[in-house]
Design a protein around this ligand. Structure first.
Ligand code: MG
Length: 407
């Protein structure tokens, strides 16, 4: 007899920034219990699914997710009990229907996505398979390229060595120059540099100090997150005090950098509503580098389809909680694949130790993974899971490399 969902529960836990987030537990009739935790973005796309927080006057209280937790326990659980956990698409559709809004604002995307991921995990354990194999089948043997971009590495294990050598070399260089080496939310260094050019130059110096070749062994991927410095019809670099830049100015800046540095990918080089800017950048630079849309597409097939039609990018940043269910995330990736676009499965700035996205990326056939620097436990958890998967797959493992010989 097939197992059924016996119980669905959620609780409030903390993310890597010390903010409350949702963890969901799914119990099956045969006693299997699986769980999954929802991450949380700091800079969020305007159109992304709604992360439900309690709100109110107190600083911490406003961030609590007790409403979302209650929605799992009181509204979602009753409709999923007795269902077959392997019916992921149907379960996800039931939750979307129960919510009834286009952006999951009623139940909360944080409530829905943690249940959706926990259901997949419970079904995988029930099937006796690792999560990547359950979601991706026997063809799930491709390990994604990390966004630290060790493009010359022969496999993921070596890729991580390239990344850590470069990271440690950069730390030494920064301290020599008396810059701070404390790290930000995603584990990256956040020194107070003189210019954007200096950032690229120091990274190149670090790659060389690590005994690697810039461009050949390790390339650079940028995420300017341009929505964050766009306002009143222009892009503004507050520090340089040069006044507002147009989309054309930004594209010219990227042209200059691509000419000078081994850059293979730029994410959100323009603001989320600057479709025209995205289209111009793709027309000019899309045959040389990867143009990734994050805030502009918010993992939503509606925006991705428009992007494909208008040639607004050539790759999509994929975040499960930006859209809110495993099934819809898979649909977004399928759309990318059909169009010949790249996809990058991504963490959020607020993360937990949950390594779901590592298995998910392998299940989706590799692509790329963006899960921060090679420090901080919640970032490294994903890389460590990929190391485990590569070891488990052994000779069958293929290291995905869309940038072979790129620079
Ligand atoms: Mg981004």
């Amino acid at each position: 007899m097939r197992s059924k969902i016996k119980d669905v529960r959620a609780m409030e836990i903390l993310d890597s920034r010390g903010n409350p987030t949702v963890k969901a537990f799914v119990t099956l009739s045969n006693g299997i219990i699986a769980s999954a935790s929802c991450p949380s973005g700091a800079s969020t796309g305007e159109h992304e699914a709604v992360e439900l927080r309690d709100g109110g006057a107190s600083r911490y209280g406003a961030k609590r997710v007790l409403k979302a937790v209650a929605h799992v326990n009181e509204k979602i659980a009753p409709i999923l009990i007795d269902m077959d956990p392997a019916r992921q698409a149907e379960i996800d559709r039931l939750m979307i229907h129960l919510d009834g809004t286009p952006n999951k604002q009623r139940l909360g995307a944080n409530a829905i996505v943690s249940v959706s991921m926990a259901v997949a995990r419970a079904a995988a354990v029930d099937a006796g398979l690792p999560l990547y194999a359950y979601m991706g089948g026997f063809a799930a043997v491709r390990i994604p390229m990390p966004m630290i971009m060790p493009v010359g590495a022969p496999n993921f294990t070596e890729a991580m060595l390239y990344a850590t050598h470069t990271f440690h070399a950069l730390k030494d260089i920064l301290s020599e120059k008396k810059y701070t080496t404390s790290v930000g939310d995603e584990g990256g260094f956040a020194p107070n540099l003189k210019s954007n050019d200096e950032a690229c130059e120091l990274i190149i110096q670090a790659i060389e100090t690590a005994g690697l070749k810039p461009g050949k062994d390790v390339a650079i991927a940028l995420d300017p997150a341009a929505s964050s410095f766009y306002g009143d019809g222009g892009y503004e670099f507050k520090k340089s005090g040069q006044g507002k830049k147009s989309a054309a100015d930004m594209i010219a800046l990227y042209r200059d950098w691509i000419g000078k540095y081994p850059i293979v990918s730029i994410e959100d080089g323009l603001a989320e509503n600057d479709w025209e800017g995205f289209c111009s950048q793709t027309a000019e630079q899309g045959n040389k580098i990867q143009i990734v849309g994050d805030d502009i597409f918010v993992t939503n097939t509606r925006y991705i389809a428009r992007g494909i039609k208008e040639k607004a990018a050539n790759a999509v940043l994929i975040k499960l909680n930006q859209i809110g269910t495993v099934t819809e995330t898979m649909e977004a990736i399928n759309l990318c694949r059909k169009a010949g676009w790249g996809f990058v499965v991504s963490h959020r700035s607020g993360e937990t130790d949950d390594s779901f996205i590592a298995d998910f990326a392998v299940a989706m056939g590799g692509g790329q993974i963006k899960t921060g620097s090679v420090c901080r436990g919640e970032r490294v958890a994903k890389y460590n899971r990929l190391l485990e998967i590569e070891a488990e797959l052994g000779k069958a493992a293929i290291f995905e490399n869309p940038f072979k010989g790129a620079s």
